[in-house]
Design a protein around this ligand. Structure first.
Ligand code: ADP
Length: 940
């Protein structure tokens, strides 16, 4: 195995020659000259009061020259005479490798000049993790940071999810997605599999099937079957048609491991590495028969399987042994007069299409984790995927699976050569710059200011004048154009960088070929239609805008100039004098709006907030500030007194329902926040800290002008904070008033249904668990949560009167809760039905977070959790009723307390029976805030 020489620390850019005391001591001992001593003794120093400062006047006869030299050298070692040259902290791009076991990642990071951070350093620029990363972690990343996994990628990297998603697209787009072998998910598709086998028998055909664990890897648990009827109905397995005529190399079956880098999903950007591994089996291939189907060295090509065969050959070059390079394979094809270019193109096409299938999931999950991130902004996530591809004798590529954590082990030379180049090119393509951190802080500061001024801005309402409306519409248009312009510039700068630094990667999406590009955009549109249904039209529009945008920079600049001209000419004024006539605007009278006439393109955007001049100094300051804000946050205040999860508001005994409508605790805490440690509430307090920190001058003192600006800022920030607190309380009131609607039923009836479910919880619990955790796929689970989410958004829009809810701190917090509820395939929400402390386990997301959360915000979150629980129950009941009315047989969920005595009722009767006997009483019951009813619990 050949390794590149280690890039030692001393060769890392930014490292200075050692200047520690010990090194100084060693040189001084050897070489203390008189002239050097003179230099120090003659230097006047305000600090030194010792005898040596009186140079020239002082001659101590008791010391001979040698002693004096030694004394002075000693002083130098102690260092009191030399004013320490302020050592500038040299910033380095740091990488946190605590999550990876692969040394090649460290080697390549160091080769590129990155410094490996301590394991617990949360402020690194780059994180590399072998395992999948929780969505929470991605939510908490700062926008200058990068991590090597996307949320939602499991939709193509788990074998069962890939199969389910492929089956969905194959239904509508069979030709485009025929590269995925026919697959059945067990146990759900077992009868379909048997039908298929029956058809084969009728046609007198035999096929071989391969079964694999849904979440397996490295060939574990794989078996071949010649007869589908013999396949056991095992859970968590998939069955696939076996590709029994693979292309062979020297008589051996092989597959390709190809590496694909996804640098962003919003928008999608995909690169294919021009090399990879060819993994050969170690027993000559024969068509499967009953006699050989157990020969794993013949049918499986995994390295982890074949390395155990005595015939496994370690490759000492790229073109021999049981593992070879893809470049060698392509050369081999060419030597055999096979068009490797076409095959390579087909493989690229297959990879892009697979990622097109993943894109609706990726985009949705990413936006949930990073709400408020401007589309097109640098992605905090990237991912190196390992695609396993089998090629058949007709040179058709087949997708076997996608690995989200491909091995970066470098056991053999071929591994090292390929993987080191892959990692190096990957890290370089990410284009991480030392200034990203300061740029990020500057952007946050700008955002805080924007929010500060936006608070009082109203864009509609009866009291807005015509003049103001027109002015606002031009402002809005200008803003949009500026954003478009910034985006266009950013895309072209990114492309430019990628073209210069892509190394051995080739961009496969978006492709350069126009026809191919159009086809892919169509496919993207279709997959959004397939997976997103309700949201699809909006997403499809966005896809067209993002991927088919033909606007050039100059076009946008022209439009912006037109806008400026309109503004200049006062087109929206009632007169053309440049000053508005008529009533004064009701808002924005604080001088925020200026009449900028006569200057061309006043509002030309700065495409990115400019990095601060001295990155190094700024970085030091940021670090201080981060520590400052972190120590200020600690663990969040959570008023647990009186809060018992697992109970619905509107039902009695529900502790959260003891919170009064404005978010204060009415029973347990007579005063708001009593007994609860209060902490800084909003991100305005963080902004406050930021602005304080950023306005610090070199010596830490402010000029009078700066002081007053800081005071003004602080005053404004505290006003905004108060306002935000008030709006959060109003949000809670609105959330508490919110009810989940049951189609065709009144609120009282819906409440009654919920009560019935709770009463009969023991019976419903396993059914609801199976419905939520098993029957619904991730998209459908998301849809259930989205019912609440969209209503919460509407509440925020109404209450906060903003046009962009995503940028609100409260919404970011809520989104983390929604994400948490969807965590682990829906386990997050299911835990909330528990009677144990598990029910509040979701609150832990805030205890780990550096974001402060106040009591009212936490109560909003609790209410949201409650609404999501109700929503699941209502959806479950609705689905059950729909199913039983279809089949005309009573669904188990129609069983209420009477059913335990053997009386089952028809769906129709049941829906009637669900109407509470005394609606008046029910309405009274639910109009009371905290009535006493039962609580469902998983523990029962
Ligand atoms: P794992 O994740 O456990 O490695 P794979 O799906 O990659 O599972 O399958 C392991 C090996 O089995 C592949 O490398 C390939 O050689 C073989 N294999 C898997 N699926 C098929 C198939 N449908 N047809 C032929 N061979 C297959």
């Amino acid at each position: 195995m050949i390794r590149q020489p280690k890039a030692g620390l001393e060769r890392m850019p930014g490292m200075k020659p050692s200047s520690s005391v010990s090194s100084l001591a060693s040189t001084e001992k050897q070489d203390v000259t008189l002239s050097s001593l003179m230099h120090y003794t003659q230097r006047p120093s305000a600090k030194t009061t010792g005898p040596l400062q009186q140079t020239g006047r002082r001659h101590d006869d008791r010391l001979d020259e040698r002693q004096q030299e030694m004394a002075e050298a000693d002083d130098r070692l102690k260092g009191p005479l030399i004013p320490k040259k302020k050592r500038k902290k040299k910033s380095l791009i740091t990488v946190n490798l605590s999550g990876t076991r692969y040394d090649v990642i460290r080697q390549m990071s160091e080769k590129l000049g990155y410094a490996v951070a301590k394991d617990d350093d949360p402020n690194s620029y780059l994180f590399w993790n072998d395992c999948f990363v929780a969505t929470d972690r991605i939510s908490e990343m700062k926008s200058f940071q990068r991590i090597n996994h996307f949320p939602g990628m499991g939709e193509i990297t788990r074998k069962d999810c890939l199969a389910r998603n492929m089956a969905k697209v194959q239904k509508q787009l069979a030709d485009d997605f025929s590269f995925a072998p026919k697959t059945w998910i067990l146990p759900a598709d077992h009868s379909l599999l048997l039908n298929y086998a029956k058809d084969l028998r009728a046609k007198k055909k035999t096929k071989t099937f391969i079964i694999k664990p849904s979440n397996g890897a490295q060939g574990h648990g794989i078996q071949l079957f010649r007869n589908a009827e013999k396949i056991p109905q095992t859970e968590h397995f998939i069955v696939q048609e076996y590709i029994d005529k693979p292309l062979l190399m020297d008589g051996y079956k092989f597959d390709l491991r190809l590496y694909v880098l996804v640098t962003s999903c919003d928008p999608l950007r995909v690169f294919l590495f021009d090399d990879g591994l060819v993994r050969l089996s170690t027993e000559k291939y024969l068509a499967p028969t009953e006699a050989n189907i157990n020969h794993s060295f013949m049918h499986l090509t995994n390295y982890s399987v074949n390395k155990h065969n005595e015939f496994y050959e370690k490759g000492e070059s790229l073109s021999s042994g049981s593992k070879r390079s893809v470049q060698f394979f392509r050369e081999y094809l060419r030597q055999n007069d096979i068009n490797d270019g076409l095959l390579w193109q087909n493989i690229g096409d297959m990879i892009v299409k697979t990622l097109i299938v993943s894109e609706p999931h990726l985009l949705h999950a990413y936006r949930m984790c990073r709400p408020g991130a401007a589309p097109g902004s640098d992605s905090v996530c990237f991912e190196v995927l390992g695609f396993d591809v089998l090629i058949d004798r007709k040179l058709r590529p087949w997708l076997l699976e996608v690995n989200r954590s491909p091995s970066f082990g470098t056991d053999e030379r071929v591994d090292y050569d390929i993987k080191s180049a892959l990692i190096e090119d990957t890290i370089r393509l990410l284009n991480i710059k030392i200034s990203d951190k300061s740029r990020n802080m500057a952007a946050q500061k700008a955002e805080a200011r924007k929010r500060l001024f936006r608070q009082n801005k109203r864009t509609d309402g009866p009291d807005i004048t015509e003049y103001e409306k027109k002015r606002q519409s031009i402002e809005k248009r200008k803003e949009e154009l500026k954003e478009t312009l910034a985006r266009i510039r950013k895309v072209s700068a990114r492309e430019d960088y990628e073209n210069r630094n892509r190394g051995r990667f080739r961009r496969i999406f978006p492709p350069d070929d126009k026809i191919r590009h159009e086809r892919y955009v169509q496919l993207l549109s279709s997959t959004f239609g397939i997976f997103m249904s309700g949201k699809a039209p909006a997403m499809q529009k966005e896809i067209q805008r993002v991927y088919n945008n033909k606007l050039k920079e100059v076009d946008v600049m022209d439009m912006l100039a037109e806008c400026e001209a309109d503004e200049k000419e006062g087109k929206y004024y009632t007169g053309g004098t440049g000053k508005p006539r008529g009533p004064k605007p009701l808002y924005n009278t604080t001088g925020r709006f200026h009449y900028n006439h006569g200057k061309p393109l006043l509002s030309m955007p700065v495409s990115v907030p400019s990095p601060l001049e001295n990155d190094e100094d700024e970085d030091e300051e940021m670090e201080d500030e981060e520590t400052e804000s972190m120590s200020a946050s600690g663990s969040p205040s959570m008023a647990r007194q009186g809060y018992h999860p697992g109970r619905r508001p509107g039902s009695s005994g529900r502790p959260d329902s003891r919170l009064s409508n404005d978010g204060t605790s009415s029973t347990f805490n007579s005063r708001p926040n009593s007994g609860v440690r209060s902490r800084p509430t909003s991100n305005m307090s963080a902004a406050n800290q930021r602005s304080r920190s950023l306005s610090r001058t070199g010596n830490g003192k402010h000029t009078p002008l700066q002081r007053s600006t800081v005071q003004d800022d602080n005053f404004l920030l505290s006003v905004v904070k108060e306002r935000e607190d008030e709006l959060t309380r109003k949000t809670l009131v609105a959330l508490n008033e919110m009810r989940i609607k049951f189609p065709g039923k009144s609120d009282q009836e819906a409440e009654y249904i919920l009560d019935k479910l709770h009463e009969n919880w023991k019976f419903h619990k396993p059914r609801i668990a199976s419905y939520w955790l098993v029957k619904l796929d991730s998209i459908k689970r998301r849809k259930v949560i989205d019912i609440v989410r969209s209503n919460v958004r509407a509440v925020l829009l109404r209450t906060w009167r903003v046009s962009d809810v995503d940028s609100l701190k409260v919404y970011r917090i809520f989104n983390r809760v929604f994400n948490r509820l969807l965590w682990s395939h829906g386990q997050g929400l299911w835990n909330c039905f528990s009677s144990s402390s598990n029910a509040t386990s979701w609150e832990a997301i805030f205890s780990k977070s550096s974001e402060n959360i106040c009591e009212a915000e936490l109560n909003c979150c609790r209410r949201i959790v409650q609404l999501c629980r109700d929503c699941l129950l209502i959806v479950y009941q609705f689905a059950a009723e729909a199913k039983s009315s279809q089949s005309n047989t009573p669904h188990p969920s129609s069983v209420d307390e009477h059913s335990s005595t053997g009386q089952s009722i028809s769906a129709r009767d049941k829906s009637l029976s669900l109407i509470p006997p005394n609606t008046q009483t029910m309405s009274q019951k639910y109009s009371k805030l905290y009535p006493a009813t039962r609580t469902p619990s998983m523990g029962s």
